[in-house]
Design a binder for this molecule. Structure first.
Ligand code: GRF
Length: 206
């Protein structure tokens, strides 16, 4: 019997390197998840070209307002797309919009985000710059479930990188990106295998 794989929608606004890493992982023998679709708010997103090259269905839901909250009608449309693709999990990968509505309700505890810092330190934008300016010696990335807070949902996995004296925002973000790709893939794999259990603020790995 062939077991159904976990169907993942990736929401991305930018370059799409995490999206690419997830697609590549999903094509490995035995990986328990597949990418059902890419959804973006940005017609210029690099992720769209990656979806084209990789043969992943892609949808653009253009949003005219500047960065910030996703307008309700756009969130409705993204929800319809994900439901239509029978999605089990949504992976936010550089998605620069705040969710407030139906996506959170319909996919409760089934939306993940990746953040380029060790939360709860340095939430929000420009995390690598914040980390360098603060003078921390270690930074990294966090994969967490998404709730109604900003970067505040239960933490699934974290990976660290050292911050060297000569690091700046750009060099630090490059190092973090390498860790992000493997960490996000691992978190999706754990979810797809049913190994993540949310217990209050803690996520137990079964
Ligand atoms: C990543 O650093 C991620 O942590 C943040 O946005 C960036 C997206 O990068 N949320 P990419 O588009 O996946 O290359």
């Amino acid at each position: 019997m062939i077991e159904a794989r976990c169907r993942v929608a990736v929401l991305a606004s930018g370059t799409g390197s995490n999206f690419k890493a997830i697609v590549e992982a999903s094509r490995r023998e035995g990986f328990p998840a597949e990418v059902a679709c890419l959804v973006t708010d940005n017609p210029e997103a690099g992720a769209l070209a990656i979806a084209g090259t990789c043969g992943v269905s892609a949808y653009t839901v253009p949003v005219t307002s500047t960065k910030g909250r996703l307008p309700p009608e756009a969130e409705d449309e993204m929800t319809r797309i994900c439901v239509g693709h029978r999605v089990d999990l949504i992976a936010l990968a550089g998605f620069m919009r705040i969710l407030k509505g139906p996506l959170l309700d319909v996919f409760e505890n089934r939306i993940m985000n990746i953040h380029p810092a060790l939360l709860p330190s340095f939430p929000g934008l420009h995390s690598a710059r914040q980390a360098v300016d603060y003078g921390v010696k270690v930074s990294g990335c966090t994969v967490h479930f998404v709730d109604r807070s900003i970067d505040g949902g239960p933490i699934i996995l974290q990976s660290t990188v050292p911050v060297e004296d000569d690091d700046d925002e750009d060099t630090l973000i490059s190092k973090i990106h390498v860790k992000e790709h493997e960490t996000y893939v691992r978190a999706i794999e754990l979810f797809a295998r049913g190994r993540l259990k949310i217990d209050g603020r803690r996520v137990r790995i079964l």
